[in-house]
Design a protein around this ligand. Structure first.
Ligand SMILES: NC(=O)c1ccc[n+]([C@@H]2O[C@H](COP(=O)([O-])OP(=O)(O)OC[C@H]3O[C@@H](n4cnc5c(N)ncnc54)[C@H](OP(=O)(O)O)[C@@H]3O)[C@@H](O)[C@H]2O)c1
Length: 256
């Protein structure tokens, strides 16, 4: 064990792919991992989308490359990991953050809505894990940070399909955490509550007063979280500081 604890959060020499890091929580996590020394593979759907995050990382003297693509199609998760490794080298850290969320009561869910959420959130996760875990195990070190949601634990009808995919994603993490623990590869879930991002902008902007009232009663802190408040836990789960925790979830929800 370490005799000095100053470096346990450092990520120097590690390579991390953060899916959906063009904006929101993923962008903050990508910037945080880069600041702690990781080479970060930033991901968004288009080259335009990743520019702001990559510029911010470079400006802060961090190291990054960018990869692009929609994760909805079969094979897209595997292909993304392959391209990330072609660009940046073998992955030590995988942050599964991109997701599709289509709100609506069950009676309004179309086949297409269902497929999009299952494919982006669950199938691409399976594929990215298939593509990255064997290499991490071979090298004897790996960290997977799967971004879940408070909805995986306390779901609501308005997000039933999305919540089910998040619960499944965490269940998958638990199964694999057991298999990979002896190989030095640890998998955990970071589950946010309501965080102020583009994802909520539609509802927020449609009726700011109703939104403020909703947020005040939502959690014990009476406010939405900020993306920066997700970064510390992500760095912990991606680093050597997290060495005796696997198959678990950290909830960052403001008290729920
Ligand atoms: N915000 C919240 O309140 C909240 C609460 C609980 C959990 N979460 C979870 O936290 C994570 C990040 O959420 P966020 O609010 O930061 O998201 P966001 O601001 O909506 O950003 C979504 C990110 O995912 C990418 N993305 C979207 N659809 C994609 C697709 N089909 N293929 C590939 N990439 C895609 C986007 O890329 P482009 O920029 O190129 O479109 C973007 O980088 C998600 O897993 C979400 O479920 C969020």
């Amino acid at each position: 064990m370490a005799h000095s604890y100053g470096g346990i959060f450092r990520l120097d020499g590690r390579t991390a792919l953060v899916t959906g890091s063009s904006r929101g929580i993923g962008a903050a996590v990508a910037r945080g991992l880069a600041e702690f020394g990781a080479k970060v593979v930033v991901h968004g759907q288009t080259p335009d989308s990743t520019r702001v995050t990559t510029e911010a990382i470079v400006e802060a003297s961090g190291s990054c490359v960018a990869v692009h693509g929609d994760l909805a199609a079969a094979g897209a998760g595997r292909d993304l990991v392959r391209r990330a490794e072609d660009e940046a080298g073998p992955l030590d850290i995988l942050v599964i953050n991109a997701s599709a969320q289509i709100n609506g009561t069950l009676d309004t869910v179309t086949d297409e809505d269902f497929e999009t959420q299952v494919n982006v959130n669950l199938r691409s996760t399976v594929e990215m894990l298939q593509a990255s875990l064997p290499g991490m195990a071979e090298r004897g070190w790996g960290r997977v940070v799967s971004i879940g949601s408070i909805n995986q634990l306390r779901p609501k009808g308005i997000v039933s399909i999305y919540a089910a995919t998040k619960a499944a994603q965490h269940n998958l993490v638990q199964s694999l955490a057991r298999d990979y623990a002896p190989k030095g590869v640890l998998l955990n879930t970071l589950a946010p509550g309501l965080i102020d991002t583009d994802r909520n902008a539609g509802r927020r902007d449609a009726d700011p007063e109703a939104w403020a009232a909703y947020v005040r009663q939502l959690n014990w802190m009476g406010r939405a979280g900020h993306v920066d408040e997700m970064v510390g836990a992500a760095i912990f789960l991606a680093s050597e500081a997290c060495s005796f925790m696997t198959g678990e979830a950290i909830f960052l929800s403001g008290g729920y």
